[in-house]
Design a protein around this ligand. Structure first.
Ligand code: GDP
Length: 461
């Protein structure tokens, strides 16, 4: 974008913002939570026209005031574009495939056209427009916020306390040994990079094999545009290596401070601060499958993520930037992996993970809501007869399977399961493949209309 185009673009945004016709909605969640599927579905629902039967709880559609949505002509040229068309292509394949997951910040702008419900605009205008900016970014980046509240030494202690937990201890032993062998007073640049790579590999291993969620620094796991930047040469030294000054301790402290100043704070100031609304997706079912430690760590990670929405005057967020997110939707994703009567329990479980009754509560400055949804429904819900009784079930293709299965995936606990329950009752919710997309039909979903109503309903009145 040239500087002049940039000014025009900004000018239009400010004008629209002043007229309340502009909305920036962020979509986040930890890796694999379902951000890509959510945005792809949301855009598909909004651009395929008004389908009252398909989105019954989305008031602008139900009241037949929705005139349609299209991808905006003013996509910001300096930011990565959310690969919507590419994602659809994956869903249109035979057999259909899930699109590739989020790896960084990306954006897609839409223009939504609707008939105003009442007021002066309804009398004077045939239609109104809402400019919607959808922003996709990794939830891992929000986990960096607490780093601003501690120094490198405190952070290293925090990391090694975390790595000492039973589900992480075995994997972290090899990296601890490598650190023990490092010469803190004379470490070559190459070795520093090798240790960084080993730490990054450890974070990947944690995520893949130990069902962990809390990874810092977030950019080492999901670097986005910062891949290879020197300040990402950052890992926690062992507690015993922190007591005496050393060149390596000094260097890592500098990298830590640069990371906070040049990565974490700018992310909040330049990107996060400009969001109006936020969706936080949580894959509770995979955490249940991974076991008790995973569930506890997910809870801990969510607690840290929620600090980003706590705006009290003394909060770390308020010290870094002026927040303006007024609505936050917490959604338990992939609800189509369980039978519909389990959705209530899934929502309650999410609320418990968030440790507060979200419904009807005002979460500091932001209004929030929790729900269970499936952005792209991959199963059909129904009943089977068993012993003369009707049993709920779902039918779909497990990932990689050639034949469909009909199954009852199990009950979702509505509260955090006890250690005992995890031992006696391992959870095994399936992972399903998407059905091939019919281009003329909006993507099948569960409760995307509720999500749309919460996120956009008031702006389309
Ligand atoms: P991201 O890392 O947050 O962008 O996650 P994705 O959107 O790529 O989702 C990760 C995986 O979760 C996908 O590849 C699918 O296997 C699964 N998934 C995501 N959303 C849904 C959904 O609505 N229904 C089902 N059945 N699976 C989903």
């Amino acid at each position: 974008m040239s500087w002049l185009e940039g000014i025009h673009y900004q000018g239009r945004q400010w004008g629209n913002r002043a007229l309340d016709r502009h909305l920036r909605v962020g979509v986040t969640g930890l890796s694999g939570a379902g951000k890509t599927a959510f945005i792809t579905s949301l855009v598909h629902q909004l651009t395929l026209g008004d389908q009252p039967a398909h989105l019954p709880f989305f008031s602008v559609v139900a009241q037949q005031r929705y005139l349609g949505g299209r991808l905006a002509s003013n996509q910001p040229l300096s930011l990565p574009r959310f690969p919507y068309e590419h994602n659809l292509r994956h869903l249109q394949q035979r057999p259909a495939a899930w699109p590739p997951s989020t790896t960084g910040w990306s954006q897609l702008n839409l223009t939504l056209r609707y008939k105003p419900a009442h007021g002066v605009r309804a009398r004077l205008q045939s239609h109104s427009e809402l400019n919607l900016e959808l922003i996709d970014y990794p939830g891992e980046w929000l986990l960096d916020l607490p780093m601003l509240q501690q120094d490198y030494q405190a952070w290293s202690h925090f990391c090694w306390a975390l790595f000492a937990q039973p589900h992480r201890e075995a994997l972290s032993r090899v990296f601890a040994e490598r650190l023990r062998q490092a010469d803190l007073n004379n470490l070559a640049e190459l070795e520093l990079q090798q240790l960084t790579d080993a730490y990054s590999a450890l974070l990947q291993e944690f995520r893949a094999h130990a069902g962990t969620y809390l990874h810092q620094p977030g950019r080492l796991l999901v670097p986005g545009e910062l891949a290879g930047a020197p300040m990402l040469q950052l890992f926690p030294l062992l507690p015993e290596q922190l007591s005496a000054p050393s060149p390596l301790l000094q260097k890592l402290t500098e990298h830590y401070n640069s990371y906070c100043d040049y990565v974490v704070k700018p992310f909040y100031k330049q990107h996060f601060a400009r969001l109006d609304r936020q969706v936080v997706l949580v894959d509770c079912l995979s955490a249940l499958n991974a076991g008790e430690a995973a569930m506890q760590e997910l809870q801990q990670a969510l607690r840290l993520i929620m600090q980003s929405f706590r705006y009290g005057p003394a909060s770390v967020v308020a010290r870094v930037f002026k927040p303006q997110i007024h609505k936050v939707l917490f959604a338990a994703s992939k609800a189509d992996h369980v039978t519909p009567e389990q959705h209530k329990a899934l929502t309650l479980l999410l609320q418990q993970l968030l440790q507060q009754p979200i419904k009807h509560s005002h979460y500091a400055a932001a209004q929030s809501e929790a729900m269970a949804l499936a952005a792209i429904r991959a199963s059909q819900a129904g009943y089977i007869e068993q012993g003369g009784q009707k049993q709920p079930c779902i039918r779909g293709f497990e990932l990689g399977a050639a034949q469909p299965v009909t199954l009852f995936p199990g009950d979702v606990p509505s509260t955090l399961p006890t250690a005992e329950l995890f031992k006696t009752h391992p959870f095994q919710f399936p992972a399903l493949a998407p059905s091939t997309l019919d281009v003329q039909q909006p993507l099948p979903h569960v409760r995307m209309d509720h999500a749309l109503e919460f996120l956009l309903g008031d702006k389309l009145r």
